[in-house]
Design a protein around this ligand. Structure first.
Ligand SMILES: CC(=O)N[C@H]1[C@@H](OP(=O)(O)OP(=O)(O)OC[C@H]2O[C@@H](n3ccc(=O)[nH]c3=O)[C@H](O)[C@@H]2O)O[C@H](CO)[C@H](O)[C@@H]1O
Ligand SMILES: [Mn+2]
Length: 339
């Protein structure tokens, strides 16, 4: 063999070895990203709404199913009310996708007293028939009650440092959700919900609530004008919304969606909370204010009606055919670490 050929062969050998080395042992970040990306695509369920052949279900009406309430936002996201969905159809779509759902809940200090009712009622009504993994953040792991969980349902307790101010506790949830998704959930679950713990499920909350980014309407401010919404109105705050803007007032006690979407939401709110803290400002309704700002400029793809977030002290108007979930009545002075 001539010298030139030997040299070419040598170069080819060195190049192949280099590629092999980079791929198998060194794995720089862009390589891992490519690999992770592949893993994400294969692990996640299809976004197509596949319906099994031969399942009988009622024919959908071409007329609106509810005359008394709006069932769609101006950006065409559904607003979910009783009588706007058919569970036979919904469950036939999502059961076959083998979805897994994470639910985060935070119980620090005296709020551990709400855990029993929250978990027991969730076992009766929340995503029944679907695998659910609760992630419970608490500074008092020994006080977590024993609750019998159904098949394919599990609970992980995450020890969390205590905080002195309730405002910081409620706001700190955004950062904890962000971290949990980043470190654990991003590629292992399909949907995530986060709930206030001083709550109780009363009736079905199922797969009709699933969406890429899900918010819930506040029962007190449902039907109010945007000027009446209790948005943050100080321009110095990152949560600021001008009086001529605003769609709905969303309640801070629930957020949901696909993990990547909820991650972006939590991260953005956490960063804005930190920026305000650096400037010695705290939004009027803490995390709820940042959430409302986020949803104004990143529209939720599904909006849950107040059926999914009632307050025990409000009387039920006629358009509320069912209360699925509610905030229980509590004595703030008795349970919060500060006033
Ligand atoms: C129903 C509703 O609108 N809820 C929102 C509202 O007030 P809430 O009065 O519902 O706030 P809250 O006192 O329930 O606090 C929110 C959550 O933080 C956790 N927590 C709070 C204090 C504490 O000592 N230990 C503890 O674990 C717990 O999970 C609780 O459910 O406004 C808050 C911010 O001001 C949050 O946006 C709430 O989601
Ligand atoms: Mn609450």
């Amino acid at each position: 063999m001539r010298f030139g050929q030997i040299f070419c062969l040598f170069c080819a050998f060195i190049s192949c070895s280099l590629v092999w080395l980079i791929y198998h042992s060194y794995k720089p970040s862009w390589f891992s990203d490519v690999l992770e990306c592949r893993a994400t695509v294969t692990k996640h369920v299809t976004l197509d709404l596949i319906f099994p052949v031969g399942v009988a279900c009622a024919q959908p009406s071409v007329h609106t199913s509810r005359q008394d309430v709006s069932i769609s936002t101006p950006w065409s996201a559904p607003i979910v009310w009783e009588e706007t969905f058919d569970l036979v159809v919904i469950d036939n779509i999502y059961k076959y996708q083998n979805i897994t759902v994470a639910a985060t809940v935070f119980a620090l200090g005296k709020y551990v007293r709400f855990l029993k009712d929250f978990l027991e009622s969730a076992e009766q009504h929340f995503m029944v028939g679907y695998p659910v993994h609760y992630y419970l953040f608490t500074d008092l792991p020994n006080e977590v009650p024993e609750v019998k969980l159904g098949e394919e349902r599990q609970l992980t307790v995450i020890k969390t440092p205590s905080l002195k101010r309730w405002q910081e506790i409620t706001q700190s949830r955004m950062g904890m959700i962000e971290k949990l998704i980043e470190e654990k959930l991003r590629n292992t679950i399909d949907y995530i919900f986060s709930f206030d713990v001083d709550t109780k499920f009363h009736a079905h909350w199922g797969a009709e609530s699933l969406g890429d980014l899900v918010g819930v309407l506040h029962p007190y401010l449902f039907g109010s004008s945007r000027q009446q919404f209790t948005y943050e109105r100080r321009p110095e705050s990152q949560a600021y919304i001008p009086s001529e803007e605003g769609d709905y007032y969303y309640e801070g006690a629930m957020i949901g969606g696909r993990p990547d979407k909820v991650y972006e939401l939590a991260k953005t709110c956490r960063m804005q909370i930190e920026m305000d803290k650096d400037n010695q400002i705290e939004a009027v309704w803490q995390d709820e204010s940042y959430l409302n700002k986020y949803f104004l400029y990143n529209k939720p793809t599904k909006v849950l009606s107040p059926e999914y977030m009632w307050h025990d002290e409000i009387q039920k108007p006629d358009h509320m055919k069912v209360v699925r979930f509610s905030q229980v009545i509590k004595k703030y002075a008795e349970i919060r670490p500060n006033t």
